[in-house]
Design a protein around this ligand. Structure first.
Ligand SMILES: *Cc1c(COP(=O)(O)O)cnc(C)c1O
Ligand SMILES: [Zn+2]
Length: 371
């Protein structure tokens, strides 16, 4: 039986279209065994992230995804610079909606479609909302997206184009999430949350599977930006499944990156805390990771510590300069995504250390006045 288990109190609940959080306030994980990975089955599927569908918690004969997919996944892994042959960028802005959020959104909306829902609500700093809106359109499911009134106009235009209803809120990221959650309760609809719904992580875990195939093994180190931790946790779960199946020998180290102006996880990590305290967001160009109170902070900290990883914080001027440097190498990323490269530049790497940097979102998503 596929169900949810609370990460705080351990209470289990059946998966329904409307349950999204434990009564104790905790987040849900999926109750499941480590999937048995059959590498030979991958070629039975199109060259998308659905190559790995047999490792996801869907019924073996489920074909729902075939009508949802837009070809997401299998993004290029490229050596960043000939002078640093062990540093790769994973070009995750080459997705249908131009950010890595398509990994999670395609899988989560496939689940929503299987559950027969007719409407979803989500809140986002931009890219998750765009991806959910696009895949909701694909599924013929109505969609309301709660966004801040200072979200990049490009992202707002993208969400609107998919026919979603935009609910613009003047407030912090946390207040916007609360508004969405209240609407979910009042309207009794599916909360397509990239933070709360564990099916999203079944999608982002394919980041790890793809790297495994592209490198024919695991890298030493993953640089990963973290706001709510959806890429970080997905990558962690994916490599953990590969490890438990004996396909790799050790976990890559996770080096998590935050903007210094909104760094609750860096603080908790340095203080040796198990979970993060709420932080006052001092404002950052990296709008996509400006999360003052990440709901899965405990899991994120566990993942980084378990891989012997670390946290690095980035100043605003470093973000701007990293974006320029990446553009000069040919890669045009949105401002948030430059944090990842800034983190790499600050990281003290060992000789020959094999490192992957994700390019999470496309440059044209940022407002032009952001420079
Ligand atoms: C969502 C996003 C992030 C951060 O992801 P989290 O899940 O919040 O950790 C980083 N960069 C970009 C471009 C994003 O869209
Ligand atoms: Zn609970």
């Amino acid at each position: 039986m596929k169900q949810y288990r609370c990460n705080d109190c351990g209470e289990e609940q059946a998966i329904t279209p409307t349950v999204w959080r434990c009564a104790c306030g905790g987040v849900f994980d999926l109750v499941k065994d480590t999937p048995k990975i059959d590498v030979t089955a991958w070629n039975n599927y199109p060259n998308t992230l659905w190559r790995y569908v047999e490792t996801m918690p869907f019924a073996a004969d489920s074909k729902t995804w075939e009508h949802v997919t837009m070809g997401e996944g299998q993004t290029p892994l490229i050596v960043l610079d000939a002078e640093e042959p062990n540093t790769y960028v994973k070009v995750d802005y080459m997705m249908p909606t131009l950010s890595f959020k398509d990994r999670g959104a395609a899988v989560l909306m496939t689940k929503a479609k299987e559950l027969g829902v007719s409407k979803v609500i989500a809140d986002s700093s931009g890219n998750a909302g765009t991806a959910i809106a696009a895949y909701a359109a694909r599924c013929n499911i109505a969609c309301d997206i709660y966004l801040s009134d200072d979200t990049s106009l490009k992202k707002i235009a993208q969400v609107k184009a998919h026919g979603a209803t935009i609910k613009q809120i003047h407030g912090t990221r946390e207040e916007i999430a609360t508004a969405a959650q209240q609407a979910v309760e009042e309207e009794n609809v599916f909360y397509a949350s990239h933070v709360y719904n564990p099916y999203f992580y079944e999608g982002t875990k394919t980041y790890a599977y793809e790297i495994y195939e592209q490198l024919k093994g695991a890298p030493d180190t993953l640089i990963i930006p973290v706001g709510n931790g959806t890429l970080l946790l997905g990558a962690y779960y994916g490599f953990k499944e590969l490890l438990e199946n004996g396909l790799i020998e050790k976990m890559p180290k996770i080096v998590a990156i935050q903007a210094a102006n909104c760094a609750p996880l860096v603080n908790a990590y340095q203080a040796g805390d198990k979970s993060a305290q709420a932080f006052t967001n001092r404002g950052t160009l990296a709008e996509g990771i400006a999360i003052a109170a990440p709901a899965r902070s405990k899991q994120i900290l566990e993942a980084v510590r378990h891989t012997d990883g670390t946290f690095i914080e980035i100043e605003e001027n470093e973000i701007v300069s990293a974006r320029e440097q990446l553009s000069e190498k040919g890669f045009y990323v949105e401002v948030t995504s430059a944090v990842n490269y800034a983190g790499y530049l600050k990281y003290e790497k060992a000789p020959d250390e094999k490192i992957i940097i994700p390019l999470c979102g496309a440059g044209i998503k940022s407002n032009s006045h952001e420079y």
